[in-house]
Design a protein around this ligand. Structure first.
Ligand code: NAD
Length: 516
């Protein structure tokens, strides 16, 4: 169940019939409309993080195969760019329908390869689906500009043209959503695409590509090549690739941004995060604790928008105890188990890194008020589980604060004043997202004005904008000048503010909490 053979069409359509497959299955590339197995002898095991079962093997695609994918994309470009935009949109209309049809299959594949709970896996699919829906209205987004009579008898207009072959390099944490941030927008604009999924969980990309083909995407418009550093470097250097979308860690992201920019490409690079929540003493305590627990530990903290740091201001400091009690109640289990609140982290190496950062916090003087390191999940003793962990009394100079932990670990800090809390957040090198919990309109307004991060939530723990806005980010969390989706105009901040009413004295009368 949930093994790679869920993508039967991809394997059947490959040059090797599925009956020739040995177990575990090799993940095919997609080149020029055919799912083909790489001739590379080198593969990486795709491992189920809850069981250590080898789900499939992903090839380190050869340079010749990579070139074949680029040539296929280049050859498909002329006819695809001249295909009416309404036809391109209709492919997306069909694709969104097919994703809905196969959402359970996609979710099961994600849980099997990535580990997140089935509920989170459905969320992963759904958030990507919203980008496909957004691409269905591309014609409106493509409208140009026109000014008549800019000089005597001269009119000026601007039109949007596709670039050519574009490429996308994906992280492991959203195996459906991030590929769907990339190729639907690019191809509906008339570009063709080479996608490099994460080598840790490539299955969802292959299923999505199958669906895109079924939806009518012509051969060569979307291609997939698997691999790691070599294939990524080849993408950065390839003359025929005009633009690169990257989502992942800072180390890889800055390397790709630098290398691909030097080769003259447009690059958008969404990178790491350390998202803070500022908790004011006037906040609704129940709603705030629920939000912190969901956003800190959900998806095992492996979301770029996870709230990984809480700054308690003034009289909210004692709320730490409530936070610990709520975190203790979370159920850690395999993502396929219906009672799981959080599943395993992606790999043994990731678990070791998380343990090391927790230990470094302890050694530098933080208080480990909840320790999830020794958790054993019955029936899944080999899983990469880390239970909810809370480090309190953390200071900005500690490694556990400076580094992105990317696990179910909540860092807790204290500030005597709101100004001090804002200053802590703004001094952090990352600027992906941040939230404030308060019932005071004046504090909410000050936060939205002064906070230096891309996604801003007022009583919203994970303020991810819907696709008609761009997903942004600043400081070390983003490099480039065009953000993902939206209307492609770079924004410095997105605001998510729930349904509330501001009273005349500036206080907020009603506060809802919205977790995605
Ligand atoms: P990663 O950087 O390890 O891998 C991302 C991609 O880069 C993979 O396809 C990988 O093969 C490739 N890669 C990795 N190292 C490379 C190297 N040295 N040279 C060339 N290519 C390389 O990231 P990950 O661990 O898969 O994902 C987690 C990271 O992604 C976290 O830092 C998280 O914050 C970030 N992320 C950011 C956003 C955002 O929108 N800002 C969204 C999701 C995830």
């Amino acid at each position: 169940l949930g093994r790679f053979h869920s993508t039967t069409t991809a394997t059947e359509a490959s040059s090797s019939p599925s009956s020739d497959q040995t177990s575990p299955l090799r993940v095919p590339n997609l080149i020029g409309g055919s799912f083909v197995h790489s001739k590379s002898p080198s593969t990486i095991d795709v491992i189920n993080p809850a069981t250590q079962e080898v789900v499939s093997q992903v090839p380190l695609t050869t340079h010749d195969e990579f070139k074949a994918a680029v040539i296929a994309a280049k050859n498909a470009f002329q006819s695809w760019r001249n295909t009416p935009i309404t036809t391109r949109q209709r492919v997306m209309l069909k694709l969104q329908d097919l994703i809905r049809r196969d959402k359970d299959k996609l979710a099961l594949n994600i849980t099997t390869e990535q580990g997140k709970t089935l509920k989170d896996a459905h969320g992963d699919v759904f958030r990507g689906l919203e980008v496909v829906e957004h691409a269905c209205g591309m014609a409106t987004l493509q409208m140009g500009e026109y000014v008549s009579n800019v000089a005597h008898g001269i009119d000026t207009y601007s039109i949007r043209e596709p670039l050519g072959v574009c490429a996308g390099i994906c992280p492991f944490n959203f195996p459906a959503m991030i590929p769907l941030w990339m190729f639907p927008i690019a191809v509906t604009c008339g570009n063709t695409f080479v996608l490099k999924p994460s080598e840790k969980d490539p299955g969802a990309s292959v299923i999505l590509a199958e669906l895109a083909m079924e939806a009518g995407l012509p051969d060569g418009v979307l291609n997939i090549v698997h691999g790691t550093n070599d294939i990524v470097n080849a993408i950065c250097d390839e003359e025929d690739i005009k633009a690169v979308s990257f989502v992942g860690s800072n180390m890889a992201g800055m390397h790709i941004y630098t290398r691909a920019s030097a080769a003259g490409k447009r690059v958008q690079s969404n990178m790491g995060a350390k998202n803070h929540a500022i908790v004011m003493p006037d906040a609704n305590i129940d709603a705030t604790i629920n939000a912190l627990v969901a956003a800190g530990f959900g998806a095992a903290g492996q979301r770029c928008m996870a709230l990984s740091t809480v700054v308690f201001v003034g009289d909210s400091k004692p709320w730490l105890n409530r936070l610990v009690q709520s975190a203790k109640a979370l159920k850690v289990n395999s993502g396929t188990e219906p009672d799981a609140d959080l599943g395993p982290v992606i790999s043994k190496q990731s678990k070791e890194r998380i343990h090391r950062l927790i230990q470094s916090g302890v050694e530098s003087g933080a208080e480990l008020v909840l320790d999830g390191r020794n958790i054993v999940v019955p029936g899944y003793e080999n899983g990469n589980f880390v239970g909810p962990t809370i480090l309190a009394g953390v200071r900005p100079d500690m490694e556990c604060y400076k580094e992105e932990i990317f696990g179910p670990v909540l860092i807790c800090m204290e500030a005597d004043s709101f100004e001090e809390a804002i200053s802590i957040v703004n001094r952090n090198k990352y600027g992906n997202g941040g939230s404030i919990f308060t019932t005071a309109g004046a504090a909410a307004r000050k936060f939205q004005t002064e906070i230096e991060c891309g996604q801003v939530g007022i009583n919203v723990p994970i303020p991810v904008p819907l696709p008609f806005f761009s997903f942004t980010g600043n400081k070390a969390s983003f490099a480039g000048d065009l953000n993902f989706y939206g209307n492609s105009i770079p924004f410095s901040k997105n605001f998510l503010i729930p349904d509330y009413i501001i009273a005349r004295d500036g206080s907020i009368l009603r506060v809802d909490v919205y977790v995605v």
